[in-house]
Ligand binder design. Structure first.
Ligand code: ADP
Ligand code: MG
Length: 279
């Protein structure tokens, strides 16, 4: 019992400690057709993902690009535990997602992952603060702590003074900040953002990318989908999808955690790290 054999075969650990996402041969197919066609075994099969294998390290900042219909959102939904692959295996922080019960999956989604969407997906007629509190309501956190954590998340995105405003009283960029605060409030390990700047003008998009970049510099793993090169340039790694497969996987030069704060060459004028969020 006490002495391990010197030449014991290495136990294959599916996930190295610094790997947050490990996916092997993920495929996703959809059957399309009328109910009658499907019943008769007819219709069409759509291959949204084909044998996608991918590792994402903790602390990385990844942009996923590719034409519409190439499988980006399908992958994000699987990575976010919103959907399961038809085939293949996926480990999130060392846990194999397929083996988890629906409750465990919901809990992983709520605790480990923060989602950001193109259309913000905020509740209308509900204050920014209450929108940010929502994931904590689901997590059963008591009201005073909920308030405090939501306030601090809003401060983190530069909206400390806007907690009482409803989405309609905020600009698009501010609404996306609220959505990012909501994504952060459970202190997730991973932010998944599907076209987070798709509904924003160029200047506001840059603000949002600066915010995601700052969060990444603070250690957050960030994965975004975008079809704009200027947006993907903020990431440290760029993946390109075509027809459900990764056709390009590229490290972007000069992007490291340390370099994130020194974006002078490409930075938005007047935007210093930390001073970016004055509302
Ligand atoms: N729920 C679904 N039912 C049927 N087909 C789907 C569904 N979701 C996506 N698809 C198809 O899968 C392919 C990939 O879609 P998607 O992942 O949304 O692409 P992207 O986000 O890159 O635009 C497309 O052909 C799309 O029509
Ligand atoms: Mg999509």
């Amino acid at each position: 019992m006490d002495a391990a054999p010197l030449h014991a075969p290495a136990v294959p650990t599916p996930t190295a400690p610094d790997t947050l996402i490990r996916a092997r041969k993920l495929s996703k197919t959809y059957r399309m057709g009328t109910p009658a066609q499907l019943k008769a075994g007819g219709g069409q099969t759509v291959h949204a993902l084909r044998d996608v294998s991918l590792d994402i390290a903790r602390g990385d900042f990844v942009a996923i690009m590719g034409a519409s219909g190439s499988g980006k959102s399908t992958l994000m939904n699987i990575l976010g535990c919103l959907d399961l692959p038809t085939q293949g295996r996926y480990w999130l922080a060392g846990e194999e997602v397929e083996n988890l019960s629906p409750d465990a999956l919901a809990s992983i989604r709520n605790r480990r992952i923060g989602f950001v969407f193109q259309q913000f997906n905020l509740l209308p007629r509900t204050s920014a603060l209450e929108n940010v509190e929502l994931p904590l309501v689901y997590a059963g956190v008591a009201t005073p702590e909920r308030r405090a954590r939501a306030r601090s998340a809003l401060q983190r995105v530069g909206l400390g003074e806007r907690g009482d405003h409803t989405p309609a009283e905020l600009s698009g960029g501010q609404q996306q900040r609220v959505a990012i605060a909501r994504a952060l409030v459970n202190q997730p390990q991973l932010i998944l953002a599907d076209e987070p700047t798709g509904a924003l003008d160029t200047a506001t998009s840059e603000d949002i990318m600066q915010l995601l970049s700052d969060l990444n510099a603070q250690g957050m793993t960030v994965v975004i989908v975008t079809h704009e090169n200027d947006i993907a340039d903020w990431a440290r790694r760029k993946l390109v999808f075509r027809d459900g497969q990764i056709v390009q996987d590229q490290r972007q030069p000069g992007r490291s955690t340390q370099a994130v704060g020194a974006q002078g060459a490409r930075a938005v004028p007047g935007m210093a790290l930390g001073a970016a969020y004055t509302p």
